[in-house]
Design a protein around this ligand. Sequence first.
Ligand code: G3H
Length: 249
Amino acid sequence: MARKFFVGGNWKCNGTSEEVKKIVSTLNGGQVASADVVDVVVSPPFVFLPLVKSLLHSDFHVAAQNCWVKKGGAYTGEISAEMLLNLNIPWVILGHSERRLLLGESNEFVGDKVAYALSKGLKVIACVGETLEQRESGATVEVVAAQTKAIAERISDWTNVVLAYEPVWAIGTGKVATPAQAQEVHCELRKWLQINVSVEVAESIRIIYGGSVNGANCKELAAQPDVDGFLVGGASLKPEFVDIINSAT
Ligand code: G3H
C-alpha cells in the first residue's frame, strides 16, 4: 500500500511574529511538490498558530506542539484539544522527547494524551525514541515498543496517527541517524504494529524520522522503504525546509 509522504516542521520554542511571517513567506513562495504527493504540516509555538494559519498556503497545514490530556479547566498554562479544534488546528504533536525528558511525561501520560486528542477529532504526530544510553545498552527496540504500546493500549483507530521516530541523541545535535539505523527502527516499529495491532495498521501508518534532518541528508533517508517522511526541527526554520519537502519526489 502506498503511503503518502509526510513532512512536519517543528518550530519548537522559536520565533518572533516577524520571523514567523518570513518563514511562512519562504514556504508559500517555494517550489514544492504537490499536496497529492506530500502532506506538509508546520508547528509554530501556540501563540503564533492563528497568525501562521491565516498566512499559510492552503496546501499546508498547522499543528500544535502539545495539548492537555483531558478537557480544559483549572490547568494553568495548558491548552486543550477543544481549544485547538475551536481554532481549526487539525494536528498536534504529542510525546516529543523534549517533553518526555524535560517535563517528565511518561509513556502512559503520552498515551492518554494521544487517546484524548484523537477522541476529540485531532490528528496526532506521536513521537517515540531512545536516548543514547538506551541505544548503547541495546534497548532501542524495547524502548520504542514500550512507548508505542502505551498508545496502542489506549486507541483502536490509527487512521489519524503519524508515528515519529526521533532518537534523542540525534535531535538538535547534527548527528543524524544513518539511513540504515533509521530504516532498522522503522521496520521494527512496523513489525511491532503488525503483531500487536494489525497488518493493516502496520502497512498504512506513516512512520517518519526526526533528528538532525537537513537539506543535504534528507534524500538518502527518504529513499529507505520504511521512512515515510520527516519531523524536522532546526532546518524547518530555514529555506532548506523546501528541499526536505521535495525529498518526497
Ligand atoms: O521535532 C523535531 C525533532 O526534535 C528534530 O529536531 O531537526 O532540530 O534535530 P532537529
